[in-house]
Ligand binder design. Sequence first.
Ligand SMILES: CC(C)(COP(=O)(O)OP(=O)(O)OC[C@H]1O[C@@H](n2cnc3c(N)ncnc32)[C@H](O)[C@@H]1OP(=O)(O)O)[C@@H](O)C(=O)NCCC(=O)NCCS
Length: 182
Amino acid sequence: MTLPAPRVPLRKPFRKSFRNSWRELWRKVWHKAPPAVVPATPHDAAALAALHGASFHRGWDEAEFADMLGRTDTLVHVMRRGRAVVGFVASRIAADESEILSIALQPSQRGRGLSGALLHSHLGHLAGRGVKTVFLEVEEHNRPALALYARLGFRQVGRRERYYRDPTGAQTAALVLRRDLS
Ligand SMILES: CC(C)(COP(=O)(O)OP(=O)(O)OC[C@H]1O[C@@H](n2cnc3c(N)ncnc32)[C@H](O)[C@@H]1OP(=O)(O)O)[C@@H](O)C(=O)NCCC(=O)NCCS
């Protein structure tokens, strides 16, 4: 009696599909896992500069972020998925007031409400540092940002005409928003 030939050729495709299903599982977990909001460290400067550059017409470079992260009057939080930085928010504190300097999410992470969790956590830390009032400036046509701030209780208290210049050279106004922290 002759034994059937070993089914060696099946090994490679099997390995490949096994690897692909792990990749698929990992992709799903990565997207579903709640991202963590944690204080930024000096090691985040390069990732923050890349994220800022992908989000704003005039990006802040790595040195600017490194400087910011070394200051005691500045509070920066990052949103992480695994080791990746997918969002950040930065504020400057003066006595019991602070100003939100910038907030952004990686483009692929926008439109899912993640910035609400990021900003909510950041405001809690500002309150913990004794901040009572938070201000920020936002471009008058930035609808996602305006909706985010309205949802978190910010109200308009001022307007600065021709404050921003867009890539085409057009000038737009900044709205000044305020939120009191109780
Ligand atoms: C502003 C920003 C942080 C918002 O983050 P986000 O997590 O994508 O925002 P959300 O998914 O929570 O959406 C916020 C709101 O905007 C709405 N929205 C999202 N995209 C929109 C769009 N293109 N047009 C109009 N509204 C939009 C959402 O429906 C939501 O409204 P709701 O609170 O009434 O449900 C993000 O868009 C970003 O990084 N933008 C680039 C950087 C920036 O402009 N920063 C603000 C500087 S002041």
